[in-house]
Write a protein that binds this ligand. Structure first.
Ligand code: 1GP
Length: 249
């Protein structure tokens, strides 16, 4: 039997994690994309990947032309789709977080969108990174659009239960999402509990991360990667400070 193995992008990320490195993913929403110069600065400073995705007002053409502008500018960062829906499946990305929103009340976001996208993802040759998406607390636009039943911030053992279920179901990554621009990021204890019940899974935390020390506490508690979007738009210098802190042991 042939078991799907990590592709090139995921394998490179995993090699870094195995070497003890913590990862920084920059997020750009194609509706209001980060300037290419800003992305280039994050690449120079050691960012590991650029996530691209958004819930509303995005077409694959927007994403393709954005990636083409990045490449023309010399940006070589791996581009990973972080899809807010089918409208985010774009051929020029290097990979896609092929996600199921585990705590959605709507089967569309659990498996419906994935069925609609799967053959296209294969035809375009996009590397899929099977990812369990779990929305915690505020949830932001993703929580609303995805009809999530967000895990309450203080119920960290429920986050752990989702994480364990994700691993047993065979996902290779877990994305703990507090919601873009959320006033409360993922609690450190939620990350600690999720890490305690999972082993080989790539643990990603994002949403509302605004301080270097908080980002560091997330990776120290077992997150392999953190995601920063909003702050890179509003205060790139501060966001670069987070990147630096995550990389410094
Ligand atoms: C949102 O987790 C990401 O899906 C990033 O959140 O925009 O708050 O950094 P921010």
């Amino acid at each position: 039997m042939r078991v799907a193995k990590p592709g090139r992008v995921e394998a490179a990320l995993r090699r870094k994690v195995e070497a003890g490195e913590k990862l920084f993913f920059l997020l750009s929403d194609p509706e209001k994309p980060l300037d290419v110069e800003v992305v280039a600065r994050f690449e120079e400073s050691g960012a590991d990947a650029l996530l691209i995705g958004g819930s509303l007002n995005v077409t694959p053409y927007d994403i393709d032309s954005y990636i083409s502008a990045l490449r023309e500018h010399g940006v070589k960062l791996p581009t990973i789709l972080f899809p807010g829906g089918l409208n985010n499946v774009a051929r020029s990305a290097d990979a896609i977080l092929f996600m199921s929103l585990l705590n959605s009340l709507d089967s569309y976001w659990l498996i419906g969108a994935q069925v609609s996208a799967a053959l296209l993802v294969k035809r375009l040759g996009l590397e899929a990174i099977p990812t369990a998406y779990i929305i915690v607390g505020h949830g932001g636009a993703a929580g609303h659009i995805g009809r999530a039943q967000p895990v309450p911030l203080e119920n960290v053992y429920i986050v752990a239960a989702y994480a364990a279920a994700a691993e047993l179901l065979g996902f290779r990554a877990i994305y703990l999402e507090a919601g873009s621009g959320s006033p409360h990021p993922i609690p450190v204890e939620a990350v600690r509990h999720a890490r305690a019940v999972t082993e080989d899974i790539l643990l990603i935390a994002g949403g509302g991360i605004k301080s270097p020390e908080y980002a560091r506490s997330l990776v120290d508690s077992g997150a392999d990667a953190i995601v920063v979007g909003t702050l890179a738009e509003t205060n790139p210098e501060k966001a670069l400070g987070i990147l630096e802190r995550v990389k410094k042991r």
